[in-house]
Design a protein around this ligand. Structure first.
Ligand code: AMP
Ligand code: MN
Ligand code: MN
Ligand code: MN
Length: 292
């Protein structure tokens, strides 16, 4: 039986709604053999997730989803198989969280100016880990009746030209890739079809990503349509990039994205776990021993 991989997921350590143990248990019951925990800009949940995975006989690939600013837009780069104890990686993530903290206060200030006070403290209360995400603001605004859904909040309040939008810079692409390399991980462009880039802009991103040492794209994602998967598989084959697959699960509140329920990586793509750099199960256990 081939192993069942889900290489993109979130816990309460970032903007997911399940604790790492609950997430790993849910993945186990969904038939996942290898789960990557890839919280935004933090590895805080990995030690707990790795311990739970060990006790269930599952493999946990330690990961992170790094926020990157590229050509005035945001792209997400996954680091898979990283060593969370790597000081270079952690120093980079500390910087990103400092920007996040400043941005969260600023989002709250701007929403207050627009007539909705108390959002910063509301979002802060919902954030149980060490990052505050726009998702926490969205959940707060829905709970207070300012919008019907999280999607609605983003559309009305949190994207460009809306009252709670805050411009600013995340990591540079080159820096993010250097942190992932220092931590021994494989860099993956997350959900590439979601950025609504033209084909030529996406090729430029891939070109720069490759120059910085990147080697994989997420072909199968919970936020890709069937057509997106076909297009990204063609790109992966043409550009000779390893192919990854991940649900981008954030919790049971979003019924459209289920753990482990992923389309197969299309034929002719080389899965990321066939890379010689892919962490072997023993390596994963070692991370638990060293860093929990
Ligand atoms: P942040 O990193 O704090 O800017 O928040 C980004 C997160 O917000 C993403 O990882 C998604 O989980 C969520 N998100 C972004 N856009 C949307 C949207 N249109 N609808 C729902 N969630 C979104
Ligand atoms: Mn998220
Ligand atoms: Mn993402
Ligand atoms: Mn994600």
């Amino acid at each position: 039986m081939p192993l069942h991989f889900d290489l993109h997921s979130h816990s309460l350590a970032s903007d997911g709604t399940l604790a790492p143990t609950e997430l790993v248990t849910a993945a186990h019951f969904a038939g996942v053999d290898v789960l990557a925990l890839t919280d935004h800009d933090t590895t805080e949940g990995i030690a707990e997730a790795a311990t739970s995975a060990d006790s269930l006989g599952m493999q946990l690939a330690p990961g992170v989803e790094i926020s990157v600013t590229w050509r005035a837009g945001t792209v997400h780069i996954l680091g898979l198989g990283i060593d969370p104890g790597c000081e270079i990686l952690q120093a980079g993530l500390v910087e990103l969280r400092a920007f996040r903290d400043w941005r969260a206060v600023e989002i709250g200030r701007r929403l207050a100016c627009a007539g909705i006070p108390g959002c910063y403290s509301g979002a802060r209360l919902l954030a149980q880990g060490n990052i505050v995400s726009r998702t926490h603001f969205a959940h707060h605004l829905v709970a207070c009746g300012h919008a019907a859904s999280v999607r609605d909040v983003f559309k009305r309040f949190l994207i460009k030209n809306k009252p709670g939008h805050v411009p600013g810079s995340w990591a540079q692409l080159e820096a993010a890739l250097s942190w992932i390399a220092a931590a021994g991980g494989i860099a993956v462009i997350a959900h590439p079809a979601r950025y609504s880039m033209t084909a030529s802009k996406l090729r430029s991103l891939i070109g720069e990503f490759r120059e910085c040492g990147g080697s994989a794209i997420e072909v199968v994602s919970g936020s890709h349509t069937r057509d997106d998967i076909t297009a990204m598989a063609a790109l992966s084959r043409r550009e000779k990039l390893l192919a990854s697959c991940g649900s981008d699960y954030h919790g049971p509140e979003n019924p459209w994205v289920r753990l482990g329920e992923l389309a197969e990586i299309p034929a002719g793509c080389r899965p990321v776990w066939e890379s010689e750099h892919w962490p072997q199960p023993d390596g994963c256990r070692q991370y638990t021993r060293n860093h929990s």
